[in-house]
Design a binder for this molecule. Structure first.
Ligand code: ADP
Length: 158
């Protein structure tokens, strides 16, 4: 059974993330979405809120689970008894940072590999930051985030 970990901040989950999760779930037997508790960032949504939104968003995908983690990604990956990390790539701007992360992870954990899925074209511009900016100005969010996230975002912006 091949298990893969898809890590990120997911502040909040977007349709771009959901697309990567869904496509990964048809490649791997099980996908664990790992929500990072990054103590050096101040997210809009708490860790619990981010996990809850993701769980609601992936409800229709039976081989996907959602967990939070803190500390090193490679430690979480090993704890889950796998060696596959999934990351999504949008533009060239993602590439530098993603490459650096994948390579540094391999230095500390040589058996852990990162699999990159390229964004679907319709989501290539989409990020959690863009969504938060749109929410601030009352833009209709239905093309950007899963249904269950819309009301949560509107509440935060009040
Ligand atoms: P992080 O802070 O770890 O980058 P994010 O939640 O921003 O967390 O992103 C998690 C992963 O999802 C990253 O690999 C990112 O490149 C990818 N991703 C984000 N938005 C999209 C999108 N629209 N299409 C494809 N991949 C995406």
């Amino acid at each position: 059974m091949t298990v893969a970990v898809y890590p990120g901040s997911f502040d909040p989950v977007t349709l771009g993330h959901y697309d990567i999760i869904k496509r990964s779930s048809s490649i791997f037997d099980h996908v664990i979405v790992g929500v990072l508790n990054n103590t050096s960032k101040t997210p809009l949504f708490s860790l619990e809120e981010r996990v809850k939104m993701l769980k609601d968003a992936v409800e229709d995908l039976p081989n996907v689970s959602v967990e939070s983690f803190e500390g090193l990604l490679v430690d979480f990956v090993k704890q889950k008894k796998t060696n596959v990390v999934i990351r999504g790539l949008r533009a060239l701007t993602d590439f530098d940072l993603e490459m650096q992360m994948a390579q540094s992870n391999r230095v500390v954990a040589p058996d852990v590999d990162t699999v990159f899925l390229s964004t679907s074209i319709e989501y290539s511009y989409l990020s959690s930051s863009v969504v938060k900016e749109y929410a601030k100005y009352g833009v209709d969010l239905k093309d950007f985030v899963p249904e269950c996230v819309i009301s949560k975002l509107m509440d935060k912006m009040k």
